[in-house]
Design a protein around this ligand. Structure first.
Ligand SMILES: *Cc1c(COP(=O)(O)O)cnc(C)c1O
Length: 365
């Protein structure tokens, strides 16, 4: 190539999205499929979202509101913060990138678990920072080891709670102990993409008492429990000074008009949200019971997905499941060679996955 790629960017591995259905239809020539690979809401989204979005379509010749005033006010009210504490993003992916660009100079370090959500590493490298990856302790975030890896160059720490892909959580006590070891000028980014699904009351939920610690940046998303993944909208809640900086550098129209409308309507429909969470919990419990009955050991989870050890090459099983029209994730590229990650779907989808997995493992034996 004629152009020299930035050195920090040349080494970035591409993000692997869950296989879209259209791709599967093309490659396998099948049409009835179950996608349990990207932790999406299997019920779709609220009917009030549908109506609001259709209604706002005709205004799409106009630019969206750059500050999304109503939505920020609604979020501020929900969490008892001020609109000035909120930054909206084109998905929380956007906020991760904004944080890295706002707070890292070349060579500055950002700590994160290994493995973790790939966007942390990609964004830090894109911002010319240095990701410092701290291996898990079994299936849990190794908070002690993260704290031990703090150096004079550390500017931010990413933690994910509940953790993707294992589904484990950080408790209130564990977080407080961890936070006490982090210097006052290091941001603690807490990615709570799956917080809505947590049933364990001991979880550290940074929005229970928001803004108590100016170092904490909370990331939340409409992509999972609210079912708006395709609209692309997430939000960060943080100290006003940090929010002001992110709002200054973000694209003025980073959240499109349909996404703003959808999010406002989704926030207002608590009934749909609660129903979705219920269905997911039933799904997680069903999958856990069925997998256990097969003699496998699904990991305990507080999220809408779980990992399970299939005791053989997970990528092979992933491909065989694809052949049966079921899309899940192989965790091989995350270093869990024999684990699949599957999210809870509706009952028929969960059943289809279990049936397909039984077929595949039987033919494998
Ligand atoms: C799905 C997910 C997100 C959400 O990403 P969006 O860009 O908001 O769709 C963020 N963090 C983690 C760990 C996730 O798994």
């Amino acid at each position: 190539m004629k152009f020299k790629t930035s050195r920090s960017i040349a080494g970035i591995k591409p993000y692997e999205a869950g296989k879209p259905l259209t791709e599967l239809f093309r490659e396998y020539n099948i049409h009835s499929t179950v996608k349990l690979a990207s932790n999406e809401n299997p019920l779709g989204f609220s009917t009030t979202v549908h109506a609001a979005v259709l209604k706002s379509l005709s205004g799409m010749n106009r630019y969206p509101e750059p500050a999304a005033h109503d939505l920020c006010c609604a979020l501020a009210q929900k969490y008892r913060v001020e609109p000035e504490n909120i930054v909206l993003g084109n998905g929380s992916d956007d906020l991760i990138a904004l944080l890295a660009h706002a707070f890292l100079d070349p060579g500055d370090e950002a700590l994160m678990p290994l493995p973790s959500f790939l966007m942390y590493e990609i964004s830090v490298k894109t911002a010319k920072g240095v990701p410092v990856m701290v291996p898990l302790d079994g299936f849990d975030t190794n908070l002690c080891a993260i704290a031990q890896n703090i150096s004079p160059h550390t500017r931010m720490v990413f933690v994910t709670n509940p953790f993707n892909p294992t589904g484990s959580i950080i408790s209130r006590d564990a977080f407080q102990e961890f936070a006490a070891k982090i210097p006052s000028d290091v941001l603690i980014v807490v990615d709570e993409a799956y917080m809505e699904f947590v049933r364990n009351p001991d979880v550290f939920n940074s929005l229970e008492k928001p803004l108590q610690d100016p170092r904490i940046v909370t990331l939340r998303t409409f992509s999972k429990a609210y079912g708006l993944a395709g609209f692309r909208i997430g939000y960060g809640i943080m100290d006003k000074e940090a929010a002001r900086i992110l709002n200054r550098i973000r694209q003025p129209f980073n959240v499109n008009g349909l996404a703003q409308t959808a999010a406002k309507a989704a926030l207002a429909d608590q009934v749909f949200l609660e129903h979705s969470i219920d269905v997911i919990h039933q799904g997680v419990d069903f999958l856990t019971a069925e997998l256990s009955a097969m003699g496998l050991k699904p990991l305990p989870t507080q999220a809408n997905f779980l990992m399970v050890d299939v005791k053989t090459d997970a990528t092979e099983i992933f491909h065989k499941l694809l052949g049966q029209g079921v899309i899940v994730r192989s965790m091989k590229s995350y270093g869990f060679d024999s684990f699949l990650r599957v999210n809870a779907g509706i009952f028929s989808e969960n059943q289809a996955f279990i049936t397909a997995l039984k077929n595949v493992l039987k033919s494998d034996a």
